[in-house]
Design a protein around this ligand. Structure first.
Ligand SMILES: CC(C)(COP(=O)(O)OP(=O)(O)OC[C@H]1O[C@@H](n2cnc3c(N)ncnc32)[C@H](O)[C@@H]1OP(=O)(O)O)[C@@H](O)C(=O)NCCC(=O)NCCS
Length: 179
């Protein structure tokens, strides 16, 4: 199928119509082969980047605000990238890469960008760096290690410098997947 013109839209979660929300969930279900509606509720509201080809949503990601804290630094207001997904029939055509390039503009308003990658090499090409230090979650009962997790960051103009990737890094607790 020839690719039609594409259109990028940014929409806060509260401005998604029920149809648009269903579209996002259908796209994510196809890409992840999983119903992600509970996950969408757990991660809370944010900013959706939606890439349409004609009337069809072909790729999506969203940014949610989180508070990451490298040891010895204050809490960093972090734009955390979630639900990166491209319709399977449209994968390998640069759509997710285009959204990840676009979201770097949005990340500049944050102290840091971060995400939990399924394929680090995909994000490395686009300027993301793998965190090498120990990962922790801050809970009401204190800090708990999350040794099985993987996190990547993207520096912004507001990121403290220097910031060493080998430091311990923590995030606030949330239901579902903490990272
Ligand atoms: C991961 C995912 C979002 C990538 O989406 P995508 O739109 O296919 O991504 P892109 O097309 O930008 O890049 C994917 C690959 O296609 C290649 N590519 C990019 N543009 C291309 C083009 N014009 N022609 C051919 N190949 C291209 C890229 O080099 C990349 O190759 P690589 O995997 O070897 O690095 C998609 O595979 C997906 O939805 N997966 C399931 C959900 C998931 O795992 N999400 C990520 C969670 S962190």
């Amino acid at each position: 199928m020839p690719a039609g013109p594409t259109r990028l839209r940014r929409l806060p979660t509260h401005e998604l119509s029920p149809v648009q929300r269903d579209d996002v969930l259908a796209l994510c279900a196809e890409a992840y082969e999983e119903d992600l509606s509970p996950y969408l509720d757990w991660i809370g509201p944010g900013l959706h980047l939606l890439l349409h080809e004609g009337d069809t949503l072909v790729s999506h990601l969203m940014l949610v605000e989180r508070q990451l804290q490298p040891e010895g630094y204050p809490l960093l207001r972090t734009g955390y990238v979630e639900l990166v997904a491209t319709r399977p029939a449209r994968q390998g055509q640069g759509f997710a890469s285009a959204l990840l390039r676009a979201v770097t503009d949005d990340l500049e308003a944050f102290d840091l960008g971060a995400l939990s990658p399924s394929d680090a090499a995909f994000y490395e090409r686009l300027g993301w760096e793998s965190w090498r230090g120990a990962l922790w979650v801050r809970t009401a009962a204190g800090m708990e290690p999350t040794p099985d997790e993987e996190v990547m960051i993207r520096r912004t103009v507001r990121t403290p410098s220097p910031l060493t990737l080998s430091l311990p890094l923590s995030v606030e607790w949330r239901p579902g997947e903490v990272w």
